[in-house]
Design a protein around this ligand. Sequence first.
Ligand SMILES: NC(=O)c1ccc[n+]([C@@H]2O[C@H](COP(=O)([O-])OP(=O)(O)OC[C@H]3O[C@@H](n4cnc5c(N)ncnc54)[C@H](OP(=O)(O)O)[C@@H]3O)[C@@H](O)[C@H]2O)c1
Length: 241
Amino acid sequence: MSRCDERAVLVTGASRGIGAGIARELLRRGRRVAGGYRTAPDPAWAGEPDRVLPVRYDLADDASAAAAVRDVTDAWGRLDGVICNAGCWRGGRLTAMDPGEWWRVVEVNVRGSAALARAALPALAASRQPSIVLVSSVVGLIGHAGDTAYASAKAALVGFARSLAKEVAADGVRVNVLAPGFVDTDMTAAVPVRSRQAIADATLLGRFGTVEEIARAATFLSEDATFCTGTVLTADGGWSL
Ligand SMILES: NC(=O)c1ccc[n+]([C@@H]2O[C@H](COP(=O)([O-])OP(=O)(O)OC[C@H]3O[C@@H](n4cnc5c(N)ncnc54)[C@H](OP(=O)(O)O)[C@@H]3O)[C@@H](O)[C@H]2O)c1
């Protein structure tokens, strides 16, 4: 495959955690990766200038979604996949959480993915194997005490993806959802040791997932699962059973 035939994929939240893992997995597969960052790009990418493109992207800023897509198409002339991974978590029981903060969690998580999908669709429609993956959470499927805002946002992504899948199937664009369980990243670093143990005990596989495991699931949906659209893939070690 020549360089200009290589699939180009935009991954948001690629500066660390699951997004950085997805970017590494795609690079391992020989893809070109545009890595969305909000604060600073992953410095590990400095050595791969022709295969990686850092793009600034903020979930809360619709204009940054359009600019990120433009950066990719200007640089590589194509966009084949989008993985909407960036997300933010704030916990707290409904009655304890400030209503403004509650809505910010819902809005930021849903708004950014919708803006990015909207901006990316014209470019994706020109690809031979276009796809969008939205990273939700198993918490959005089965609920979790202290997570009404985050779970609302993540559940909304499922309805969003299934509706969008119906809108864009005729253009050949697949839209799928990945719902991870608990994964070792900065997002879960603050979980107290006792709660971590309780979560691991409640997980059939007896542990948190790794970034690499979730990255392989995301990549599967993005490029291997060619007969899947509107699907929700749970990757939670059996926690939700
Ligand atoms: N870890 C888990 O257990 C778990 C479980 C289920 C689902 N998830 C979901 O998986 C995704 C990745 O989570 P993670 O664990 O890798 O989280 P993380 O380690 O906290 O990393 C979050 C990533 O999202 C980016 N981000 C945060 N707020 C953003 C914003 N407003 N605009 C643009 N980018 C923003 C961060 O960029 P900066 O570096 O610039 O802040 C970072 O790259 C999220 O959608 C999360 O909800 C995680």
